[in-house]
Structures are given as C-alpha cells and as structure tokens.
Design a binder for this molecule. Structure first.
Ligand code: UD1
Ligand code: CA
Length: 457
C-alpha cells in the first residue's frame, strides 16, 4: 500500500456541547475524544499525523505534548472543513501518498474498517474514497449522490439539498482517503458559494468528477462506527458503545462482569480469566489484574498491577500500586502511589497507604495511615496506627522488621526502625529505634481515683 498521512479535523468548538471545554477534549471511553481518531490513524500505519486545531488549541496541543509523531496546524477561523484541510498543507509538506482525513469528533471508527477502506482505495486506483453509510435518519449529514457502480459525482449538504436529495439515505461520514497531490490543489480551489458560506471539503468530489478522476464510495454497514458526537446525548451513547466493545472482548477472554453496562474499563487494561467484576468498577491506565480476582462494587483502580486471587472490597481506591497474589484490600481502603504490597497481605477498612513496601502476609486491618515505610513479612499493624512521616518540612522513613506486633493506637515518629520480632505496646508513641525481640512501651501510668465520680455529683 502507498504511504499514508492523516489529517484530523478538530478546530471546531462544538457549540452543541454547551461547554467551556472544547468538544474533542471531552472524555469518551475514559480518554479525550480526539485520542481515538489519532489512535486509529496510527493503527493503520499513518507515518505523519496533522491535527487541525483552533478552539482551545493549546489544550489539545498540551494533551499530545509527549507525542512526537503528531504535528499541529492552526486554523484560526473556522471557515469550513475544506479550509481546515488546507490549513494542514504545511504540516504535511513534502508528503506524497494517500491522505486519510478523520474527524476529531468521530471516536468509534475501528481500525479494521479503515483498513478495508484504504485497501479498496488502493486497489481501485481511486483519487478519492469516501466512507459512507446508510442511516434511517440522515438529517444533518451530507448526502451521497451516486453515479453508476460505486462511483459518486458529488456530496450535497443538508442545507443545500433539494427535497429529492434529502430523501437519499446514504451519508458522508466525513472520513476520506485522498491522493495528496490532488487534495491540496483541490482544496485551494474551493469556493464558499453555499448556504453556510463555508469552504466544504465535500466539494472536492465534484472537482474530481469534473476532471474525470475516480471517486469511490466505500459503504460500511457499521453505521454506529461513523457516528459523530455533537451533543452530550451522543457523547454518552458513544461512551456506552466503546465500553461494550472493550467489555465484550474481556468477557470473551474469561472475565465475569455482573453488569457490563457499569464496568468502566479503559482500553488496554489487562484482566485475567475468572476475575469477577461487580457493578460500577472503574479500571484505567496501565492496570493489569491477574486471574481469579474479585473486584467489589464501587472500586476505582488506576495504573496498578494486581496479582492472582486478590479480593478488592467495596469502595476502595487504588492508584499506581502493586498488590501481590491472594491479598485482600478494603472495604474502603486507599492505596496511594507507590504502595507495594506482598502476597497474602491484608489491608482493611479506612487504611491509607503511600510509598510503602509490605511483606508477605502482613496485616493492617483497621483505621491506619502507613506512608514512607518499609514493613517486613508477618507483621501485624494494630488499629489506629500512624506513621508520622512528615515533620512539616521533610518526609522520613519508618522501617519495621519481620514478625513485629504493633498494638493499637501506635504512632511511629519517623525516622525510626523497629527490629524484627519486637512488640510495640498499645498507645505507644515510638520516638526511638527498637532493637529486635524487644517490648517497647511508652505511655503515662494510669491513676484510678476511687469514688471520684460520686463525689463530683
Ligand atoms: C460534515 C460534512 C458532512 C458529513 C458530516 C459527518 C462538510 C462540509 N460536511 O458536516 O457532509 O455528513 O461532517 O459528520 O464537510 N472543522 C474544523 N474546521 C472548520 C470546520 C470544521 O476543524 O472550519 C472540524 C470540526 O471540528 C469537526 C469536523 O471538522 O471535527 C466536522 O465539522 P462539522 O462542522 O461538525 O461538520 P458537519 O456539519 O457535521
Ligand atoms: Ca459534525
């Protein structure tokens, strides 16, 4: 196949979203809408990608700032899709081959469909191939006016169409593949003598037809793939379709979802077979879950590695952390970045961890904060334990050896080190290191004043 470059149209504001945020940055399938067509362009092998930006250009630029494969073309005034393509000319300077034109607000297009379209374009030796589909309600879309076979003679916009043309059910998806030499010449010759006084990209079809160049319609049955998102109802619809695609693939791979409609899994997340996802779980980023896990309702996981057989109970939030096999987390636990928990660890309710290592089988079952700590294996952390890691200026480390037993309501004023097999008495504020096999106790002696209450009354 010839070399491919892509232009992604994303300069429009998206007025119907009624939002302060530019349309293409609205999230669909846990990612900004614009990232879907960009990913599709990459997936079909586009070597150069130009994103046409206008409204909130800096926001879009910023989102892709780490991606060198993308260049930007600024269209300062939105004078139509043809003008937008013309704006990308410089960004694709020197490119020769097929230019794929995608819309930033069409997130559902699959790589397979694009591939077939590109293959058809090449095999027919077409100058322009347009992706089209049949819609029951084609209102608002450009209609395809066909000649014989798959050839088309023009595309007419809703606002410019005659009543007969409005009856046509085949619509322009807005997705094109065009020979680069023809494209930039054609868009520079466009006129805006139409109902909207815009430079229509769609008019290049007529230009090609007049020059007797081949112009084909590639009809797809998958009409929801080319659905454009214009308002928040369509945003939600597109989100649900994307979610169903991701979830179906996971279920085919052996994951149980009690209610797939409320399993919010970002594309690229890996989940092992026999893992059960309860309703309303959110798993995103580079997360990977093992086999046979249970994720209870209301759990949020971002960028985590979870081993096999782990149970994550209701309401827990986990980010940038690792959890070993057969561990139990929650309910309502908070694993913050850098929590590295070993196999068979137990983290109970209202426990917060941050930047810690916790060894095999250790437990912190209730109401605890563990931050900047290294905790050995088979350690028991009692209820209400706090690592006092911050002195107001710097963070300090708490080190706890294997098999240490920490009673309830203990504070570790870091930096502090507890030797293995020691016991920290309940209520102790630990300010000094504790040697191995020792008892540490620091609490003021209790006084009982007998009869005091009765006298007071
Ligand atoms: C366009 C097509 C229509 C097609 C429909 C499919 C034209 C003239 N019409 O209509 O045939 O059925 O898409 O969804 O092409 N954009 C810019 N700069 C501009 C104008 C638009 O970057 O000056 C971008 C928008 O941000 C959007 C895309 O191009 O991502 C489509 O523009 P939009 O105004 O939504 O076109 P439609 O009227 O929907
Ligand atoms: Ca549109």
């Amino acid at each position: 196949m010839s070399e491919i470059a892509a232009i992604i149209l994303a300069a429009g504001k998206g007025t119907r979203m009624k939002s302060d945020l530019v349309k293409v940055m609205h999230s669909v399938g846990e990612r900004p809408m614009i990232s879907w067509p960009v990913q599709a362009a990459k997936a079909v092998g586009a070597t150069r990608i130009a994103v046409v930006i206008g409204h909130q250009a800096e926001r879009v630029r910023e989102f892709f700032s780490a991606d060198d494969s993308i260049s930007f073309a600024l269209q300062s005034e939105q004078r139509g899709t043809g003008d937008a393509v013309a704006a990308a000319r410089e960004a694709l300077e020197g490119f020769q081959g097929n230019v794929l034109i995608l819309c930033g607000d069409v997130p559902l297009l699959r790589q397979e469909t694009l591939m077939s379209m590109l293959a058809a374009h090449d095999s027919k030796g077409a100058t322009i191939t347009v992706l089209t589909t049949h819609l029951k309600n084609p209102f608002g879309y450009g209609r395809i006016v066909r000649r014989e076979g798959n050839r088309i003679s023009r595309i007419v916009e809703e606002k410019d169409a005659t009543p007969e043309e409005r009856e046509l059910a085949e619509v322009n998806s807005g997705i094109f593949c065009v020979n680069s030499g023809f494209l930039f010449e054609a868009v520079s010759g466009l006129k805006n003598d139409n109902a909207q006084e815009e430079y229509y990209l769609t008019d290049i079809v007529k230009t090609a037809a007049e020059k007797r160049l081949l112009c084909f319609a590639f009809l797809t049955e998958e009409s929801n793939e080319v659905m454009g998102v214009n308002d928040r109802v369509q945003l939600a619809t597109a989100g649900a379709i994307l979610r169903a695609r991701i979830n179906n693939e996971l279920m085919i791979g052996g994951v149980t979802m009690i209610d797939p409609a409320t399993a919010y899994i970002e594309a690229g997340v890996e989940i092992g077979p026999d893992t059960v996802l309860c309703p309303n779980v959110h798993i995103s980023g580079r997360s990977r879950l093992g086999k046979g896990c249970t994720v209870e309702p209301g759990v949020v996981i971002r960028d985590c590695r979870i081993g096999d057989g782990v149970t994550i109970k209701s309401g827990s939030v986990l980010s940038e952390s690792e959890v070993g096999a057969d561990a139990t987390i929650g309910p309502m636990a908070h694993l913050r970045p850098g929590s590295n928990l070993g196999a068979h660890v137990k983290i109970g309710n209202f426990v917060e961890t941050k930047k810690i290592v916790m060894g095999y089988g250790s437990k912190a079952s209730h109401l605890t904060y563990l931050g900047d700590a290294e905790i050995g294996s088979d350690v028991n952390i009692g209820c209400g334990t706090i690592t006092c890691n911050y002195d107001g200026v710097r963070k300090h480390k708490t080190t706890i050896g294997d098999k240490v037993f920490v009673g309830s309501d203990v504070q570790f004023v870091a930096p502090v080190t507890i030797g293995s097999n020691s016991l920290i008495a309940a209520g102790t504020t630990v300010t000094m290191d504790v040697p191995p096999d020792s008892l540490a106790i620091a609490r003021s002696p209790q006084i009982n004043k007998e009869g005091w209450v009765l006298k007071k009354k």
